[in-house]
Design a protein around this ligand. Structure first.
Ligand code: ZN
Length: 80
């Protein structure tokens, strides 16, 4: 994986198993924290599932509102 040094913008190819660890930039000796892609994916997935839950809740609320309005209008206008 390619990691860019935030200090001097030098790009270094580091092995994937270094993810989540630190290494020193060869150019400027800056200590770079290598991002952990697995952890990033995990948090992203949790946020995604949380968003899905809110979408489902919203759809159910709208459906309930629509059904309520349907019966309200029918009871108001219906002579039956
Ligand atoms: Zn550097």
């Amino acid at each position: 994986m390619i990691v860019e040094c935030p200090a001097c913008k030098a790009r270094t190819n580091v092995p994937a198993d270094k993810a989540g660890k630190r290494f020193r930039c060869r150019k400027c000796s800056w200590v770079i924290q290598i991002p952990n892609p697995e952890a990033a994916n995990k948090t992203g997935g949790e946020e995604g599932s949380r968003a899905t839950v809110w979408i489902v809740v919203g759809v159910l609320a709208l459906a309930g509102l629509a059904v309520g309005l349907f019966f309200l209008i029918r009871s108001l206008s219906g002579t039956n």
